[in-house]
Design a protein around this ligand. Structure first.
Ligand SMILES: [Zn+2]
Length: 208
């Protein structure tokens, strides 16, 4: 169940000036439909991510899609069971997103996409960006780490950026010692406290 919020919706038209990048976090098969870390909760936000990607792709707006992707000997497997191995379908983006296209695919070897060298390159290249619209999974891990790192990096540089997270387009998984609802709500609190803007949804066909 989604947290009840008073967050306001946002209009897709706000992004048409080309100063916003869509960042899709880890909507890969290994977190959605197959493998030990896949979860129906995570898969439930795929339609919303598709909608956002469709909008950004149609308007030729910048978009990054992170894909968790590991070699068998990676250090992250000391912390999490093996998942999203390179050259397996687990590390591939959801087929529906691949079909839409229009994104820069960035493979990442840690929970924090900000540190992926290709993201650093994308970020340097797109100096015009003032906003980052972030969707995907998992809210309390990869989404939150990316948002907080991007935000604090930009604060350090005195570079004004707005990071926007639609709460209907991010999710996390349920597991023993990991209550999805509790972790999702805690992540929303941390994000808000760190100056990330939460909105209830993005209405792509409206301008207000
Ligand atoms: Zn991983």
């Amino acid at each position: 169940m989604k947290m009840k919020t008073n967050f306001q919706p946002m209009a897709g038209s706000a992004f048409l000036d080309g100063k916003t990048a869509l960042v899709i976090v880890d909507m890969v098969n290994g977190f959605l439909t197959e493998g030990v870390l896949s979860s129906p909760r995570s898969a439930s936000v795929l339609p919303e991510c598709e909608k956002l990607l469709q909008f950004f792709a149609e308007h030729h707006l910048p978009c990054v899609a992170f894909a968790d992707c590991h070699e068998p000997e990676c250090l992250e497997f000391q912390q999490f069971p093996p998942h999203c191995l390179k050259n397996t379908s687990e590390s591939q983006l959801a087929p529906s997103l691949q079909k839409i296209g229009g994104y820069v695919l960035i493979e990442k070897n840690s929970t924090n996409g900000f540190f992926a060298p290709e993201f650093q390159e994308f970020f340097r290249k797109h100096d015009e960006l003032e906003n980052f619209l972030v969707c995907g999974v998992c809210t309390d891990i990869c989404v939150m780490q990316f948002c907080l790192t991007l935000k604090t990096f930009c604060n350090q540089q005195n570079k004004p950026v707005q990071i926007i997270v639609p709460v209907n387009a991010v999710e996390t998984y349920d597991a023993p010692n990991h209550s999805a609802e509790k972790m999702q709500n805690a992540a929303f609190d941390f994000l808000m406290q760190s100056g990330v803007n939460l909105v209830c949804e993005v209405n792509i066909h409206e301008s207000f």
